[in-house]
Ligand binder design. Structure first.
Ligand SMILES: [Zn+2]
Length: 344
């Protein structure tokens, strides 16, 4: 089968690899129908040290179950399923409390030992705890939006929950990538009255407004902080969704949250410390967040997608096939594309 392998920064290849197959009785073999490239794939794309073996890529996918191991109960051959960006058993202490990204027996797609989503097929470990069956066919018009449940929509939702978004309050979203845009959807869905998007790209801002952003701040650094304060009567936002992970974006996030407010961070931190320790301490600011347990949110968000109340699939502004994946990485890295979908 063919799959995406990253060998070094800016070195992404589509190669023939060993066919995915069932190994454990709890596995399912999924033939991928849709996948995508993630903003977080761009971190290794810009920084990965060269390796001889390479890393299999991709952690967001929808596919059809091709076969199952003897112990799999909740999905069957022929089911269309969506996978979360981390696999999990669904039964341990943390899975039971809805924190599947901390599953005691789970893990992450790709790398050197597992298949990634950016390939023709995937061996899915712990299929019962990991996969969720979709009630529609693989060519359904809502497929792009359903694909976002594997990561970006669930991650935006997680940022909004951790930032304690409340009806009638002010939310600010730092980052205009796919996760930030889904954060706007999530903030609106949870009832925020004023939603301030911090971003600069015209196409992304237009989408943010369509998703419910009421204000846009395109300044950077101190200018952005000042502008958010102006928009919030000098007080700052009740909830800040940090959807980038850079030191600068985190500094902005902790500088625009109001006293007693919360920052929900879902951008993978690129720095070892969180800025503004003392001001956030004296203002009783909550700083929370981490990798989103999107598996926990799939059943909650799916009806909103299927019934048309939210359309996160609009973040996909380019579609390619597997041969176009390397150029898809380049396009997202050059900010030519917000998010690239792969059709198989
Ligand atoms: Zn678990």
């Amino acid at each position: 089968m063919r799959a995406t392998v990253m060998y070094a920064a800016h070195d992404v290849r589509v190669e023939t690899v060993p066919d995915a197959r069932i190994v454990e009785a709890t596995d399912a073999l999924v033939r991928v129908t849709r996948a995508c490239i993630c903003g977080s794939d761009l971190w290794p794309y810009n920084s990965m040290a060269p390796t001889a073996t390479g890393n299999r890529m991709g952690h967001e996918f929808i596919g059809v179950v091709d076969s199952i191991g003897a112990d799999v109960r909740t999905v069957k051959k022929g089911d269309l399923v969506v996978a979360p960006f981390a696999w999990s058993d669904g039964t341990c202490e943390f899975c039971q409390q809805g924190l599947q990204t901390s599953c005691l027996h789970g893990g992450w797609w790709g790398g050197t030992s597992l298949d990634g989503g950016q390939g023709e097929a995937v061996r899915v470990p712990l299929a019962d705890g990991t996969l969720v069956a979709l009630p529609v066919g693989p060519d359904h018009a809502l497929m792009p939006s359903l694909l976002t449940l594997s990561d970006v929509m669930g991650t935006g939702h997680h940022a909004a929950l951790r930032a304690n978004v409340r009806p009638g309050k002010v939310a600010a979203v730092v980052g205009d990538g796919a996760v930030g845009l889904c954060g706007v959807i999530a903030a609106r869905r949870l009832g925020a009255e004023q939603i301030i998007m911090l971003g600069r790209h015209a196409d992304r801002i237009a989408l943010a407004r369509r998703f419910g952003a009421t204000d846009v701040v395109s300044e950077r650094g101190d200018g952005a902080i000042e502008r958010v304060r102006e928009l919030t009567g000098g007080l700052g936002a009740h909830s800040v969704l940090e959807c980038v992970g850079h030191g600068e974006s985190m500094r902005t996030a902790v500088s625009i949250v109001r006293a007693g407010g919360a920052v929900g961070r879902v951008g993978v931190p690129q720095e070892t410390t969180i800025p503004n320790a003392q001001p956030t301490f004296y203002a009783n600011v909550t700083i929370a967040g981490g990798p989103a347990p999107v598996r926990a949110y799939m059943h909650e968000l799916m009806p909103d997608v299927l019934e048309g109340r939210i359309e996160p699939g609009l973040v996909f502004d380019r579609t390619t096939n597997i041969d176009g994946v390397p150029d898809g990485y380049r396009a997202m890295n050059d900010r030519e594309a917000i998010k690239v979908m792969i059709e198989f």
